[in-house]
Design a protein around this ligand. Structure first.
Ligand SMILES: C[S@@+](CC[C@H](N)C(=O)[O-])C[C@H]1O[C@@H](n2cnc3c(N)ncnc32)[C@H](O)[C@@H]1O
Ligand SMILES: [Zn+2]
Length: 284
């Protein structure tokens, strides 16, 4: 568990009450604000700071336990290490704690060095309680929070970097929580990302897909710098199945396609095509 007393003062200067936005005072048992709202810690020390009716429009159904387990196997095997390297480099040494929005089971945040984010200076947030529970078990030096990206339970100008990897990225919210000199870093798909795994769209959806892929040929317009990470993975049938299970393709492609892939995966050569993008540092 991340201890609130003693060693990590930063913990008390980052999280905000999801009801009234006042600073949260953290204890080993939970968190309270000056208004009197209180939150218990879940097993391992995570905090549940999601309040009713505030979910954003893109809450995915991707983080079922089997998707989380598949992602854990795939990421820890190092198949996406080039993405993590670009992310770690883009984060640099931030002027304060690091917040991972849509952190999933926690692998990317754990790739940062202690110089970039000391224990107690790492915060991971996800709307999925199952993801936060899994991340908490694996990385006890990180404070995990169940919450939404669209209304972060985080104080204004309190973190040195925000990262978002294949996850929602409301940039105005990121700017609100960043300290002067801080910046956000996103990883988003490029046009060829996992193209071999995607179903061929038919009819009306073909045009929508073409438009989306055209948008992906550039990094997010809000970025001021971006690195293009592209490589090919040669995957066994087992690993290809994990990759399929852990991505939203499984849901986008319709149940029949999804089931066919999940039940009869083939070994595959798969393109990884990702933008790792950064904002300008927030003005001092
Ligand atoms: C494709 S997964 C990526 C997870 C992790 N960043 C990774 O790459 O391993 C997208 C994540 O975003 C989370 N997510 C979706 N909508 C969210 C929201 N409104 N607020 C916070 N997290 C959200 C999902 O629960 C999921 O864990
Ligand atoms: Zn409150």
């Amino acid at each position: 568990m991340v201890r609130a007393h003693g060693r990590c003062a930063a913990v008390n200067q980052v999280l905000a009450c999801p009801h009234c936005s006042l600073p949260l005072d953290l204890t080993d048992a939970g968190a309270t604000c000056a208004t009197g709202h209180s939150f218990d810690r879940g097993r391992g020390g995570y905090l549940h700071l999601l309040v009713g009716g505030r979910l954003g429009p893109t809450v995915t159904s991707g983080d079922t336990p089997d998707a989380l387990a598949a992602r854990r196997r795939f990421l820890t095997a190092g198949h996406y290490a080039p993405i993590a390297r670009a992310l770690v480099e883009a984060v640099g040494v931030p002027p304060g704690p690091v917040l991972d929005v849509g952190c999933g089971e926690g692998w990317y945040l754990a790739q940062l060095s202690h110089e970039q984010a000391a224990p107690g200076e790492r915060f991971g947030l996800d709307v999925s309680k199952a993801a936060v529970q899994m991340a908490t078990r694996a990385h006890p030096d990180t404070q995990y929070v169940v919450g939404t990206a669209y209304r972060l339970p985080v104080l204004d100008h309190s973190v040195g970097a925000v990262i978002s990897v294949f996850a929602p990225h409301p940039f105005a919210e990121f700017a609100r929580v960043l300290r002067p000199g801080g910046r956000w870093v996103t990883a988003t798909p490029g046009p060829r990302h996992l193209q071999e795994m995607r179903p061929v769209p038919q009819g009306e959806s073909a045009q929508k897909t073409a438009d989306r892929l055209a948008r992906r040929s550039e990094p997010p317009p809000e970025a001021t710098a971006a690195v293009h990470v592209e490589f090919t993975l040669e995957l066994s049938a087992e690993v290809a199945k994990d990759l399929f299970l852990m991505t939203p393709i499984r849901w986008q492609s319709g149940a029949r396609v999804a089931e066919a892939h999940a039940e009869a995966p083939v070994s595959a050569s798969v393109t990884v095509d990702v933008w790792v993008s950064t904002s300008e540092p927030i003005a001092t």
